[in-house]
Design a protein around this ligand. Structure first.
Ligand code: ZN
Length: 138
């Protein structure tokens, strides 16, 4: 299947792999996606994401910031955007989003990213990453 991001951050086009029907999908929606035309289940749209690179990034964040009280985790592998969450006692927020190609985005909110790639899993410089999200501004 293929997806194409629309201008709206939270909406994407999905082409059904079963019947080729193209439909809008709210990329912030949870759970399995089913084609509205044929009810076929859409498989994960992130076949290109490198799970090792994602795991390495999250592990590096934890190594760097556990000492100052933050824990990072992949809360929800998304269809289009995978959400990385930052937690601390009494605190829980979105740290960033990562797409299927390993591009890293600043969060626009809990549900989805702001426009514009801010870094990538392949090129991110851990020395510049801070726990407050400043590194995602440009
Ligand atoms: Zn279909």
């Amino acid at each position: 299947m293929t997806t194409k991001q629309q201008d709206d951050n939270l909406t994407e086009f999905i082409k059904c792999e079963h019947c080729a029907h193209v439909f809008d999908h709210d990329s912030s929606a949870y759970g399995a996606i089913h084609c509205p035309a044929c009810a076929g289940k859409i498989t994960d749209a992130s076949p290109n994401i490198n799970p090792d690179a994602l795991a390495d990034f999250v592990a590096a964040l934890n190594t760097k910031f556990n000492g100052v009280g933050y824990t990072f985790l992949v809360e929800r592998p998304g269809v289009r955007y995978t959400r990385i969450v930052q937690t601390a006692p009494g605190h829980r927020s979105v740290f960033c989003f990562v797409d299927a190609d390993g591009n890293i985005y600043k969060a626009a909110g809990w549900k989805g990213p702001a426009k514009g790639v801010r870094s990538t899993l392949a090129t991110v410089e851990l020395s510049k990453v801070d726990p407050y999200g400043s590194w995602l501004y440009r």
